[in-house]
Design a protein around this ligand. Sequence first.
Ligand SMILES: [Zn+2]
Length: 448
Amino acid sequence: MVVPNLYIDIGDIMSKLDLLIRNVDIVTMDDARMVIKGGYIGMQGGKISFASDSLPENIDSKNVIDGKGKIAMPGLVNAHSHSAMTLMRNYADDIALETWLFDNIFPIEAKLTEKDVYWGTMLGIAEMVKSGVVAFADMYMFMEEVARAVTETGVKANICKSPVQFFEGGELKRLDKSQGAIDYYNRYHNSADGRIKVFVEIHSTYMFNEKTLENAATIAKQLNTGIHIHLLETVTEVESSKRDYGMTSVEICKKTGVLDVPILAAHCVHLTDSDLEIMKAMGCSIAHNPTSNLKLGSGIARVPKMLEMGINVCLGTDGAASNNNLNMFEEMNLAALIHKGIAMDPQLMSAKTVLKMATCNGARALGFDDSGVIKEGMKGDIILIDTDKPHFYPKNNPVSAIVYSAQAADVDTVIVDGKIIMQDRIFKNIDEERIKYEVDSLSSRLLG
Ligand SMILES: [Zn+2]
């Protein structure tokens, strides 16, 4: 006799999620529907399965987060940083960029070891994750150590390697390290389950020359990748470019083929109208670093004009030696305010515009096109902000709340590719106490 199977395996008819956030106010950054109140976000296989105001039927999840009193938004993207410069935080302040860089920073950087860069980067990542960053662009030395820190901590990063070694025996030599940049790309691009993207580094047109600019462009083209560059940060660079190349830094980049690949250009404070036209035509992304530019007295980039032209503008902190933190909430707040003040126009740089710069625009510039928006099919790169605090009441526009009221310490949970890397402000796989101990030990040797 055959006994009919009366039991149905629930798992077969229920869709099993890896992670569900319920009852949460969602700022999606999706223009089709910017805010969902009291909604649900499901994640499976690292991606967002749905973001909606009701829970789809037959849904079950391995992990559930109650989002009551919280805002869910795409994680922040720090589009320009030198994470290990946390080691030089509060060391050389209130001086001009060239003096700061050549007399204070370069001599310490000459002493840096792999171990220093690893722990400095770990400190930077810990600080960034605690302030809601899920992805960052980093340019520095011993970049293998940066890749290691990114791989271990679970964040995303666009990292780069220079095809030029500037100094040997304290002298500017510009030694060819092309193979190093190529090997670095081959080893790390799309590694850590796709959490790492690799660009080619051009520190700046003043540290390179025409030949090395051309060479860097050729390498990036061959690898089919982008370039991360500091561009026209100061008036001094405007003058040196005119002297050395007989044209602006943007023009020499165009001439040498640098702009033929995706460009992530930091600062862009002193661009002419014609430079801006070139940047727009070549599809370049610009990383605005308001705190660093103000602190080093470099000036203020014409961001409203860039945005009006349709240039992809994102937001970065720069290194902690010129900021002196890696707090994207401060950058958002500053970016929203300074341009209104300069132009005496409160309608410039709306909270939504600035939030786009800090999320989807940044993700695009770093090569993470599937991140920066909360909607089906995008990566589960999401942060939760605890709004059960006096400075969030009463609960009006959540986009304004993020840009104008929120603090970095309000970030409660950080999720990357659907995996929780911080919850209730506690890291899952970062040993914060160890990092603080190691950095304290290193810093007495470096700065002592
Ligand atoms: Zn920089």
